[in-house]
Design a protein around this ligand. Sequence first.
Ligand code: HEM
Length: 209
Amino acid sequence: MTSLTVSDEQVSATPAKIVQPAWVRALHWTNAVAMVLMIMSGWQIYNASPLFGFSFPGSITLGGWLGRALLWHFAAMWLLMVNGLIYLALGFATGRLRKKLLPITPEGVISDTRAALSGKLSHDDLTKYNYVQKLLYAGIIVVGILIVLSGLSIWKPVQLQYLTALFGGYDAARYVHFICMAAIVAFMVVHVALALLVPKSLRAMIIGR
Ligand code: HEM
């Protein structure tokens, strides 16, 4: 993904090449479907026993009632976990995760944040993520791992009691699970907004359509 400030000149000056390999795109969209199913069914589960003083509107939840929402949650869980494991395995095996996301330095993040805020972020090489992107993408992978682990520890708190204990017990794991969901939703909102704002010509070049 790129930022809002890519001009048409920069687009035409960038060599035409597909930035994301096919396996990344396939896993990305599978993950998107699984995430939406997990979030919407999670909201229905939450409504049965809210942690905070609000509930999610029924129109944006999945399942209709607790029992069916749990079935959706556990079905989509396999899609999410298998897809995520393949992504991590291929990411490590091909070296893509290391090449794309490392190194992340505090100086780099600060200077790229300043550049982005003043509209001066360079887009000369679209195959390289800037430091803000690296931090956010690495961060969301960590959040993804945490939501799976906290989910497992509230699903099987007896069998996986050591994992549940690592989160500080069942109740704490529930809060971790919810906070990770909120972080993922916030990430998705920004991610989708930026994707929609990137000029069409550039998107066509990146995803080959
Ligand atoms: C392997 C992955 C996951 C497992 C095993 C899992 C498991 C669970 C379980 C067992 C509950 C019910 C908790 C309860 O009874 O209070 C739950 C609730 C929930 N899950 Fe997940 N989950 C996973 C992934 C996700 C993901 C990816 C999201 C969203 C991005 C998500 C969002 C939620 C939400 C919002 C709730 C309701 C929170 C609450 O009120 O406790 N889950 N999950």
